[in-house]
Design a protein around this ligand. Structure first.
Ligand code: GLC
Length: 480
């Protein structure tokens, strides 16, 4: 079985969000079960080629974008094993600039549709020319949503699977832009009610199997939660081929025992290092070194749906209760401004780092007591999984993957604090309960142990993907 895995971002080379983490770890988790896994992604200008030993191959070609022709070349690095290859598609005109999707001011690049049409056409070219032997093409999110349809239009005998990491982003394109795609794709496209096209919905319509990144989110999408009525008809049309598989995590890279970014290591049996990381974190972000105050961490894109309107409303009163907060992330200027102001009001209690900083992200996971993730919706979420591993207790809204992976605390079970419905008062109650349990040392230790015992390594999820791959190629899926 030869797999091609196409993704607009792949960690650690390029990362804007959780998609990168999945694309950087799922293919490797699949490696033991298949002949080859070829990951394909753009060679963005910001990727450090020296650091990762990314070098040119002899493979190059051209693809037609309407009446223009654009050249590409394939670069490669062999990642951690012999089976997984990471291929980078180079075309400086489209990818040789800073930023993955956006300008430095956060505005999306004006030519994003063109850039990802190009990327997909190159994937198509590499497969249709036989350069990359492919039984299954695994596409991810709207940037690769047109590939299943392209495979059909070209009558290629490649099975396709399309994974939705976030239904919010559709990759809409216009009637005029269709002329950039191969002519045979036109008749297969379906207009949306907005009189344009959605690359995400095309992926759903035309792939052999559709998955999303948790069973909970799959059920929500099928039930139309946060989905417009029109899109719902297209989702429900493929209901019998629609699956939810929870993401796994890279348990080496996110490991309290071996973390390369944290000054102190720890395990569930020896938590001394966690306390030392807390002290290091408080000092690093300039908060007063009050070790007994509960420290709540947050690592997130600053967008409304991550729950910031609720969090911001509650900051002052929880500072009054003695809590401290550390926020890391960038995004909406309004949210950033509000966090900035809150940290100015309470410089000893609230710290905010506007941007992305991988070492600090690890230290926040390792040094915080609790992790705040009250997303309005969340397809899977990865930070709550990292948090559990580091004994950093998640406070989450019961939605999508958050509901699937965090169990509500009771004195004899549960791994975190879970609220429902999405409302300020519910979050307030969860945070109050979290603080109360925190101040009861033996309850808190038990809770940390339970959290750290959870296993979210890829193994189980990789086997579920393998089962689907086997269904697609008609092989046996016994013993899975
Ligand atoms: C998106 C989703 C997030 C998910 C990630 C990886 O970023 O918003 O919930 O964990 O993709 O699948």
């Amino acid at each position: 079985m030869n797999i091609v895995f196409a993704s607009a971002e792949v960690a650690p080379y390029s990362k804007a969000g959780g998609l990168a983490d999945v694309a950087g770890s799922l293919p490797q988790a699949m490696a033991p079960y298949v002949n080859s896994v070829q990951v394909l992604t753009p060679l963005y200008g910001e990727i450090d080629q020296n650091k990762y030993d990314i070098h040119p191959t002899t493979i190059r070609g051209k693809v037609a974008l309407g009446d223009k022709v654009a050249p590409y070349s394939l670069y490669q690095t062999t990642d951690v094993d012999q089976i997984t290859q990471i291929g980078f598609i180079r075309c400086d005109r489209f990818f040789g600039r800073d930023g993955i999707y956006t300008e430095s001011d956060g505005e999306g690049f004006a030519d994003n549709n063109l850039r990802y049409f190009f990327f997909q056409l190159v994937v198509l070219d590499l497969i249709s020319s036989g350069t990359l032997p492919t039984d299954i093409l695994h596409c991810n999110d709207h940037h690769t949503g047109l590939l299943p349809l392209m495979m059909k239009a070209m009558h290629l005998k490649v099975k396709t699977i399309f994974t939705i990491h976030n239904f919010l982003y559709h990759g809409h394109f216009s009637t005029q832009e269709i002329s950039l795609l191969p002519k045979s794709t036109g008749p297969l496209l379906t207009k949306t009610q907005l009189d344009n096209y959605s690359a995400l919905l095309e992926g759903i319509d035309h792939s052999d199997i559709v998955t999303t990144v948790s069973p909970g989110y799959a059920l929500e999408l099928l039930a139309g939660v946060n989905v417009d009525e029109y899109s719902l008809t297209r989702i429900q049309a493929v209901e019998s081929n629609f699956y939810g598989i929870v993401n796994g995590i890279d348990t080496e890279y996110w490991s309290p025992e071996h973390d390369q970014f944290t000054p102190f290591h720890f395990s569930k049996d020896d938590l001394a290092g966690k306390r030392k990381n807390k002290a290091a974190l408080l000092t690093k972000v300039g908060l007063s070194p009050d070790m007994d105050a509960p420290l709540l961490g947050s690592i997130s894109r600053l967008v409304e749906n991550k729950g910031f309107p609720l969090i911001i409303e509650l900051l002052d009163e929880f500072v009054e209760l003695g809590a401290k907060f550390i926020f890391l992330g960038s995004g909406s200027p309004e949210i950033s401004d509000q966090l900035q102001k809150a940290s100015k009001r309470h410089p000893q209690h609230i710290a905010f780092d506007d941007g992305f900083n991988e070492p600090l992200a690890h230290l926040i996971e390792a040094g915080s007591d609790m992790f705040l993730m009250p997303s309005r919706f969340e397809p899977c979420g990865l930070n709550q999984l990292y948090s559990l591993r580091y004994g950093t207790i998640p406070i989450v809204h019961s939605t999508g993957g958050l509901g699937d992976t965090v169990d509500a605390w009771t004195s004899d079970s549960g791994t975190g604090f879970v609220f429902e419905p999405y409302a300020i008062n519910e979050l307030r109650k969860s945070m109050e309960l979290a603080l109360k349990v925190y101040h009861s040392e033996s309850d808190w230790m038990t809770l940390m142990h339970r959290a750290m015992l959870m296993d979210f390594s890829w193994d189980q999820s990789a086997k579920q993907y393998l089962h689907l791959y086997n269904l697609l190629i008609g092989g046996s899926s016994e013993n899975i």
